[in-house]
Design a protein around this ligand. Structure first.
Ligand SMILES: Cc1cc2nc3c(=O)[nH]c(=O)nc-3n(C[C@H](O)[C@H](O)[C@H](O)COP(=O)(O)OP(=O)(O)OC[C@H]3O[C@@H](n4cnc5c(N)ncnc54)[C@H](O)[C@@H]3O)c2cc1C
Length: 342
């Protein structure tokens, strides 16, 4: 049996399919269509919710392979990697992509070793080479200064991880149908030397930045630590999160969990406000999929204006206090209306 089809590794938490699974389906769909093969989502868990399975179908999967077992309730490297290895050996996918989440980053390298395959981590682009049908994997290299194109012509599956939130999912199409296959796995393969003792949510400051709908981020234009407080104040009024460039983090104005970009987090908020940020390629790598970007910079030539939907050329020390005042007034107005309406 020769290698065929494109697989994505779906992820779940408490049986609910996670957003990264739908994001991967969009990447996988484009590849499968170009190759004229099926797009298959695999997902492991104790019990996968029906709504999530439906959404996997509606958002691009032609086939879904599900393995349900109490031992797969939470991600543990050995049972997950063994289970997926058995599936790969049985079905022989040509391409296997996972999200660069903790799960994906752990499963993919271990699986690549077991399958004697290559792996390109943290890809920003995936495509199919016209002439050969090989997977073209693009990722920043040499400190983000070049984009490297990597191919795996001699081994299968061709494996890659892509950054979570680096693309949006496809629209949900309720007319789509797919085959759903339930697989079982040999209990011996589910043994784990690692035990899950407890789970603590990441309460670290800035930990939720990737889920935020609004982010206001600051860069070196803030000049000093004290001034960066403005970013926190405005984020609080907007119920948003605080982001920062690497320079702002290096200067100690924000902590690393707030860093956005190539060596920080990739975010995809509805609104991204970038103040005093020049728009380096490394920073832009983390904000590309934001729905709307507003940039405030006193240099009209700043790179950030090339990606911004709205640009304000001016001094952030004049603009942000006015913005803050306006937001406070709006918020007060809303609260008064709510009290009067009650
Ligand atoms: C391997 C590698 C990985 C990296 N990873 C990241 C990363 O993950 N994230 C990241 O952000 N960077 C990253 N960098 C660093 C990146 O190259 C830039 O150095 C950084 O993004 C610049 O940060 P900045 O925009 O805050 O500073 P600057 O580039 O110095 O820009 C400051 C901006 O503020 C503006 N400004 C100044 N005063 C005012 C004012 N009063 N009002 C309005 N605007 C003003 C200026 O016009 C300027 O455009 C990485 C670099 C390398 C080599």
């Amino acid at each position: 049996m020769s290698y065929k089809d494109v697989w994505i590794l779906g992820e779940q938490e408490e049986g609910q399919v996670k957003l990264v699974s739908y994001e991967l389906l969009k990447r996988g769909r484009a590849l499968a269509d170009k190759l004229g093969v099926d797009l298959i989502a695999i997902i492991l868990g104790k019990k996968i919710g029906k709504n999530g399975i439906r959404e996997l179908i509606y958002r691009g999967a032609d086939k879904i392979i599900i393995v349900e077992d109490p031992a797969l309730e939470f991600f543990l490297p050995e049972p997950y990697v063994n289970t997926i290895e058995d599936l790969v050996n049985k079905y022989k996918p040509e391409i296997f992509i996972a999200s660069a989440t903790t799960t994906g980053r752990t499963v993919a390298p271990a699986l690549a070793i077991k399958c004697n395959a290559g792996l390109t981590a943290d890809c920003t682009g995936l495509d199919i080479e016209d002439r050969t049908g090989n997977l073209i994997q693009t990722r920043p290299a040499i400190g983000g200064n070049i984009l490297a194109t990597i191919k795996t012509p001699n081994h299968r599956p061709q494996m890659a991880t892509v950054r979570p939130h680096s693309n949006k999912p496809l629209e949900s199409d309720s007319l789509r149908t797919a085959e759903v296959i339930y697989e079982t796995v040999d209990p011996v393969r589910l043994k784990s030397r690692v035990k899950r003792l407890e789970f603590k949510k990441n309460e670290e400051e800035g930990g939720n930045i990737q889920d935020a709908e609004i982010i206001i981020a600051g860069g070196k234009g803030f000049k000093k630590d004290d001034n960066f407080k403005m970013v926190h104040d405005i984020a609080a009024i907007l119920n948003g999160a605080v982001g920062a460039t690497r320079d702002a983090v290096d200067l100690g104005w924000a902590t690393y969990p707030h860093q956005i970009g190539l060596s920080g987090k990739t975010v995809s908020p509805k609104l991204y406000i970038a103040a005093g940020i020049s728009g380096s390629v490394q920073h832009l790598a983390g904000i590309k999929t934001s729905e709307t970007i507003i940039a405030i910079n006193n240099d009209p030539e700043a790179q950030i204006f090339h990606v911004a939907d709205f640009g304000i050329v001016g001094d952030l020390f004049e603009i942000l206090p006015l913005f803050k005042q306006k937001l406070q007034a709006l918020k007060k107005g809303q609260e008064t209306e709510e009290i009067q309406g009650a």
